[in-house]
Design a protein around this ligand. Structure first.
Ligand code: ADP
Ligand code: MG
Length: 235
C-alpha cells in the first residue's frame, strides 16, 4: 500500500466578493502519495492555485478537511501552520518571489536557516547549476536563473512536499524544460513529493498521475504508466 502524504477531504473554498460568492473549490477530495510527482492541469480560473494554497497551509478551506501525514491541519492554530510551512514544505512560484536585495546565495541561506538539518548550501547551488552566480542579485539574473534560485531555496530545506504553481509560466520553452528536469530530480533523488500546477497540458506527460481541474472540481484523474522525461516534452 502506498502511503498518503496529504489528503483533501471534501474541501470547499468560497470567496465572497461583495454580493457575489465565488466557489473556487467544490467538495474536492484528493489523496497525494508520498514520493509521487503529480501534475494538476486546468484552465485559468479552474481552482488550481486555490487548491495549492490550501495544500500549502497558506489558505484554509471554507469547509472540509486537510490531513498531512494523518494530522488535520485545516483547523490547526496559525502557529502550527507556520511550523508546517517552514519544516515540511517548499514552494516554487511563477514569478520566483525572491528577496530582491539578497544575493542568490543569501536567498537560499535564509531558507536553510529555517530548518534544523538543511542540505549543504554549496551542494544545492551546484545542483541547480548556479554555483558560479551565487553572488548575483535577482535583478542581475535571467528568469530561468531566478527560478533555479527559487528551486534551490525550496530544495535546501529537504521538504517532504514541494508545491509548484505555474513554475514554467514565465519562461521560454527550453528554460521551462530545464526547470521541470530539476523538479523531477528533486523528486527522484531527494524523495520529495512534488506537485506541479499548470495550465500547460503538455507538462502532464512527465507525471505518472495527472489531475484535471474544471470549474473548482476534479474532472478527471489519469494514470500514465510511461512518463516522459521533461527533455522529451514539446509545447
Ligand atoms: P487557477 O489557479 O486555476 O487559475 P484560482 O484558484 O486562482 O484558479 O481561482 C479560482 C477561482 O476563484 C477564480 O474564479 C478566481 O477568480 C477566484 N479567486 C481566487 N482567489 C480569490 C480571492 N482571493 N478572492 C476572490 N476570488 C478569488
Ligand atoms: Mg493559478
Amino acid at each position: 500500500m502506498e502511503k498518503v502524504l496529504i489528503e483533501l477531504n471534501r474541501v470547499t473554498k468560497t470567496y465572497q466578493m461583495g454580493e457575489v460568492t465565488v466557489e473556487a473549490l467544490k467538495e474536492t477530495s484528493l489523496k497525494i502519495y508520498q514520493g509521487e510527482l503529480l501534475v494538476i492541469l486546468g484552465p485559468s480560473g479552474s481552482g488550481k492555485s486555490t487548491m495549492l494554497n490550501i495544500l500549502g497551509g497558506m489558505d484554509r478551506p471554507t469547509s472540509g478537511k486537510v490531513l498531512f501525514d494523518g494530522e488535520e491541519i485545516s483547523d490547526a492554530p496559525e502557529s502550527r501552520l507556520t511550523r508546517y510551512r517552514r519544516n515540511e514544505l517548499g514552494f516554487v512560484f511563477q514569478f520566483y518571489n525572491l528577496i530582491t536585495d539578497l544575493t542568490a546565495r543569501e536567498n537560499v541561506e535564509l531558507a536553510a536557516n529555517l530548518v534544523e538539518d538543511p542540505l549543504p548550501l554549496e551542494d544545492v547551488l551546484k545542483d541547480v547549476g548556479l554555483d558560479s552566480r551565487q553572488e548575483h542579485f535577482p535583478s542581475q539574473m535571467s528568469g530561468g536563473e531566478q527560478q533555479r534560485v527559487s528551486i534551490a531555496r525550496a530544495a535546501v530545506k529537504k521538504p517532504r512536499l514541494l508545491l509548484c504553481d505555474e513554475p514554467t509560466g514565465a519562461l521560454d520553452f527550453q528554460t521551462g524544460k530545464l526547470i521541470l528536469s530539476l523538479l523531477l530530480k528533486i523528486n527522484q533523488e531527494r524523495g520529495s513529493t512534488v506537485v506541479i500546477v499548470t495550465h500547460n497540458t503538455a507538462i502532464g506527460a512527465m507525471a505518472r498521475r495527472i489531475i484535471r481541474m474544471s470549474s473548482g472540481r476534479i474532472a478527471e484523474i489519469t494514470e500514465n504508466p510511461h512518463p516522459l522525461s521533461p527533455e522529451r516534452i514539446d509545447w
